[in-house]
Design a binder for this molecule. Sequence first.
Ligand code: XMP
Length: 519
Amino acid sequence: MQFLKEKKKILIIDFGSQVTKLIARRIRDLGVFSEVITPIEIKNIKSFNLIKGIILSGGPSSVTKRAFQSIPKSIFLKKIPILGICYGLQLISKLNGGKIKSSKKRREFGRAFIFKKKNSLLTKNFFRPKMSVWMSHEDAVVKLPRNFSAIAYTKDSKLTIIENKKLKIYGVQFHPEVTHTDNGKQIFKNFLFSICRIKKNWGIVSQKKRLIKEVKNEIKKDRAICALSGGVDSSVVALLINKAIKKKLICIMVDTGLMRKNEFKYTYKAFKKKYGLNVKLIDASKIFLRKLKYISNPEKKRKIIGNLFIKIFEKEAKKYRNVKFLAQGTLYPDIIESKSSTGSKTSKIKSHHNVGGLPKKMNLKLIEPLKEFFKDEVRILGKSLGLSNDIFNRHPFPGPGLAIRIIGNVTLEKIRILQEADQIYINELNKSKLYDKIWQAYAALLPIKTVGVMGDSRTYEYTCLIRAVTSEDGMTADYFNFPKEFLDKISNKIVNNVKGINRVVYDISSKPPSTIELE
Ligand code: XMP
């Protein structure tokens, strides 16, 4: 990754946890620049002068095994404050003479109540009565490393927070970076400002200039083509690149036929007229539908859609001279969940279409200026680029569109049914002023037909699933607690108005263990 080499920073060493990037996120929220690297990249660091603190992430490795991911011991002698999280704490312990055991008795997953044992700079203003933290570990430190003391404990782990006050080395067994940990932000606040004594130096809007300059320098005299879907991410990318290279950016809107009802036309007009972008519309709905025929495997669907997108872009690009770049609205979470940007062991959950579905050989060079940012950072950036509320407040919409919300094979009829139901749902959310309280909401069509009764007749129709989640960045999510009246209304409206649906269910799963999308 390595950007902004000249800035004071917090270095995050990624041991492959699914939530490492949330650490970067929390630190950025606090206005401090951070950089994520893999343990093997440490040897490339020429000077530690600008590194004001080091955070060791969690990860799937185990220090109880013969081979485990590690860092040079010399890091502990650099007089740079260190905070180890989960595996990071275990690694600090192992390398400093502590003892770690893997034990079913001591493992903790999910919520655990934490209790204070001693004051520490790291936990100033952190503890509250009856507070819980989020755990995910099987190994536990059973003997303190040399010159460390215990700061807090839980029922199952005596050494939940430890410190070596003199060397400013700290370890927490829980994950302060996830929202399920009460007051987790305070741990980072204390680490950054009281322990590392770094000053605020990061803000998304202040990155705008740098991003525009980088894009300009990269594209130079060539032209870029941009995949514009009308969602927040691609819209921000288009506006940003447009600022850098103006009319040399060609925005292609591909109508896959898998968008929300009427959304496509509306967005197309807005971008052309309001934002003055150079937009070209391509109707590819027939070919998408044909390629998806009989395909019900989610990964296959994603790959087909991703590949088709790229093919269409490449074909379009050939129509213009000097098009060398393909700009995409890929975000940090897309990268993490498809494959790790740092080459670490983060395991693959889904192939997000903008990343995982790309063919190995591509004639266009990818340009992804948002790939280091989280969704709400992108929203802030969008606002500062003049994107209007109706676009930047829109709920996220996945690249593969309704294809991954129609479970099983996709047909024109199912798309029609789902578009109708989804429109009713989203309209009702707006009318009830609930839309802005929800991070993402959508309707999906399940491949299950069940029996119902309408009037005096028997029906045998599809089931519509509605989903609404609260989240900060899509990495973790909770289902939204609707008032019963809203659920009654929505179920009634959908069944009464959409031919093909006779049952509505509400998805009450959180992420994890579920994901936000169904496929
Ligand atoms: P999951 O289902 O992985 O979704 O919990 C997390 C967030 O990512 C969105 N999503 C995608 N966005 N291309 C995208 O641009 C994709 O292929 C894709 N798949 C999921 C999803 O809507 C949610 O906001």
